[in-house]
Design a protein around this ligand. Structure first.
Ligand SMILES: C[S@@+](CC[C@H](N)C(=O)[O-])C[C@H]1O[C@@H](n2cnc3c(N)ncnc32)[C@H](O)[C@@H]1O
Length: 356
């Protein structure tokens, strides 16, 4: 039902990119150099540059981008993988760039230099794409057309803070709500934003509409966030996820169904984020001005008491699944971050409870 084969090459490659060179080479051999070279080429296929990229591995070369171009960037495949998905700032020891010699007119040598105009920017465009930097998430939201910053919402500042420790990890991300509503060709802004932000991330989007949103590390899934059975299957087949973001219908009932179905599929140390919590206060969306029991905010508020259950009982015995596995909650305007982790800290000493 889900395209679980989609990540067969990428998932192990993203892991191996930060390993030692021998392990990375072994992984490339196991996945096949041709498949790995395709994954690398897929990351930079939108670069418009009259440049050929030659990727070398075990003495064999595959050519990519503009295969007939005179300007050639040659790189070991493992170096390219490390540049794209690695985390260190090591140079590319195998990098070589061949440019056309051209004819030099001794009477007008300046013409030789002028003829080379554009080579530098073209080579730089390819090499920059092969070593993505750490762009600001707000700028990425605006660039890719998500409303998480710059218009309507101001969420990316909070995401930056809470996701900082995950940014360079090989994370699995799921966002409910791809955007563009019933238009298959619209939306995908935030998925593209996450794909860039998490350079080692595999990004999944869920929407009721089948979406034509593609990317080297993107998967669009059609389904309904109010279908708990479907969500559980999705979690079992494509999870566990390090990050889940609910930016779907924002109906209070849906938010709660999704949370209960998907939170078990968040990895320990991961985060479940709920956006647009203003609807918890709006009756037309299933909310209430007090945002109590039955609303999405009411559900999240109840987790706060769960965090401190050791003060009224035994932290190691009993307690619901959520009480035992939510280790932190952060609230900001209209957005909450729920942290998954063991909640088994001891309560205060018994004598203190009766002291006052
Ligand atoms: C606000 S948009 C998402 C915007 C996107 N996350 C972004 O930041 O660019 C909400 C999306 O949720 C989808 N949606 C609405 N109800 C849904 C449901 N029950 N299950 C899944 N997706 C739903 C809509 O089709 C719409 O595309």
């Amino acid at each position: 039902m889900f395209d679980t084969e989609r990540w067969a090459v990428l998932a192990p490659l993203l892991q191996a990119a930060t390993a030692g060179r021998d392990l990375l080479d072994d992984t490339i051999r196991r996945l096949t150099p041709a498949a790995v070279a395709r994954a690398v080429a897929d990351e930079i296929k939108d670069i418009k540059a009259d440049v050929r990229l030659d990727l070398r591995f075990d003495g064999k070369i595959t050519s990519h981008l503009t295969t007939g171009a005179e300007v050639v960037i040659a790189l070991d495949l493992a170096d390219a993988v490390r540049g794209l998905y690695g985390t260190d700032e090591r140079p590319w020891p195998s990098l070589a760039v061949r440019t056309p010699e051209g004819e030099v007119d001794p009477a007008n040598p300046g013409a030789w230099f002028r003829a080379r105009t554009g080579i530098g920017p073209a080579v730089d465009a390819v090499l920059s794409a092969l070593r993505p930097g750490s762009e600001d998430l707000g700028s990425l939201a605006v660039a890719f057309g998500s409303d998480k910053w710059g218009d309507l919402h101001w969420y990316t500042q909070h995401y930056e803070r809470h996701f900082a420790r995950l940014r360079t990890e090989p994370v699995r991300v799921l966002e409910i709500g791809i955007g563009g509503y019933d238009d298959p060709d619209r939306g995908g802004g935030s998925l593209r934003m996450w794909q860039r932000f998490f350079r080692r991330g595999l990004v999944h989007g869920l929407d009721t509409t089948a979406k034509n949103v593609t990317g080297p590390r993107l998967m669009a899934i059609q389904g309904d966030q109010s279908d708990a059975e479907f969500l559980d299957r999705l979690g079992r087949e494509l999870g566990p996820f390090d990050v889940i973001v609910d930016d779907g219908s924002h109906l209070n009932e849906h938010v709660q169904i999704s949370f209960h179905a998907l939170f078990p599929h968040v990895r320990s140390g991961g985060l479940y984020v709920v956006e647009d919590l203003q609807t918890a206060y709006w009756p037309n969306w299933g909310g209430h001005p007090e945002a109590g029991h039955g609303t999405s905010m009411g559900m999240l508020k109840s987790f706060v008491d769960g965090l401190n259950r050791a003060e009224v009982g035994d932290p190691r015995g009993g307690g619901s699944y959520l009480e035992r596995n939510i280790s932190g909650i952060s609230f900001h305007h209209n957005i909450a971050f729920v942290e998954k982790g063991l909640n088994e800290e001891e309560g205060g000493p018994a004598f203190l409870r009766t002291l006052c």
